[in-house]
Write a protein that binds this ligand. Structure first.
Ligand code: MN
Ligand code: MN
Ligand code: MN
Length: 289
């Protein structure tokens, strides 16, 4: 029997295109057995989905999830949390802190854009974001609407992408702090997409060691298109060497020509201790066996 999981996805509560209900419905239609919405710095999407899907036949087991932004060694790192008590004071306070950080960062981005002849970006981006967590894509959309750029891609290439003026990272909490919020609220902390940071093997190992020292227990094994077999092997070796558990997900944001489909087959992760087996996730036997 094929068991499908997906522990990394985004809804409209952050920068995904599908609302939480549609997203979980899509997962159900795909036959996914265990599923997490891991929006950037918010559990609002999961909270909504949980109130709607109470489990049962044909519905994936919903795991509480989040993807936190934090800092390590001068770069931005993403840590996925699964299985937390979303009302735990440690997590609530942490998410509140990140809300503030996002708004401060947004203000800084807006300041810099104003200096380039694009005033009013914060108000504009907030209006685009609506109920979603403010992020750079909202600035990009506003810039397109204002005619400052032709496309969101151009906005990122010229102003918002890595190393550009709108790439403001100073406001995130430290890796150890964000990891602590997840662990203290009863969850499992996971380093998201370890290859995305483009570290050397030595630096990635250093990140994982620091992460473990802060209570982190797992890392994602990315096996999507665009990743070579040797990169996957590098991650597998690090996981075994450091005795980290593994997790996996599509990091789905929206449909598109290069977009991943929801769901990862559990057999692709065979041989590794998985987060799906951990008591924190409280998953039914169909997934854990
Ligand atoms: Mn995103
Ligand atoms: Mn991420
Ligand atoms: Mn993500």
């Amino acid at each position: 029997m094929t068991v499908l999981i997906d522990f990394h996805t985004h809804s409209t509560a952050s920068d995904g295109a599908l609302d939480p209900i549609t997203l979980v419905q899509r997962a159900a239609d795909r036959g996914i057995d265990a599923f997490a919405i891991t929006d950037h710095d918010t559990v609002a999407g999961y909270r909504l989905a949980r109130s709607r899907f109470v489990g049962g036949e044909g519905v994936p087991a919903l795991v509480p999830g989040v993807e936190l932004s934090c800092r390590w060694s001068g770069t931005t790192i993403h840590v996925v949390g699964l299985g937390m008590d979303i009302d735990h004071p440690a997590l609530v306070a942490g998410l509140c802190r990140l809300d503030k950080a996002r708004l401060e960062r947004g203000g800084k981005i807006a300041e810099r854009l104003a200096r380039r002849g694009m005033p009013g970006a914060l108000e504009g981006a907030l209006a685009v974001a609506g109920d979603s967590q403010l992020g750079r894509p909202h600035f990009a959309q506003w810039m397109v609407a204002q005619g400052h750029v032709e496309s969101a891609n151009e906005a990122f290439d010229r102003y918002l992408g890595q190393g550009k003026i709108g790439d403001v990272k100073a406001f995130w909490p430290e890796l150890a702090e964000a990891t602590g919020w997840i662990v203290d609220s009863g969850g499992v902390a996971i380093v998201a997409h370890p290859l995305k940071y483009r570290y050397t093997r030595t630096k990635l190992r250093r990140l994982l060691v620091d992460f473990q020292a802060a209570g982190g227990q797992a890392m994602e094994l990315v096996c999507g298109p665009g990743h070579k077999a040797e990169q996957r092997q590098q991650l597998e070796r690090l996981a075994s060497e450091l005795e980290l558990s593994v997790s996996a997900g599509s990091d789905f944001h929206r449909d598109g020509p290069y977009a991943p489909e929801l769901g990862v087959e559990l057999r692709h992760l065979a041989g590794f201790p998985g987060v799906w087996e951990m008591p924190e996730l409280a998953l039914p036997a169909v997934v854990t066996e």
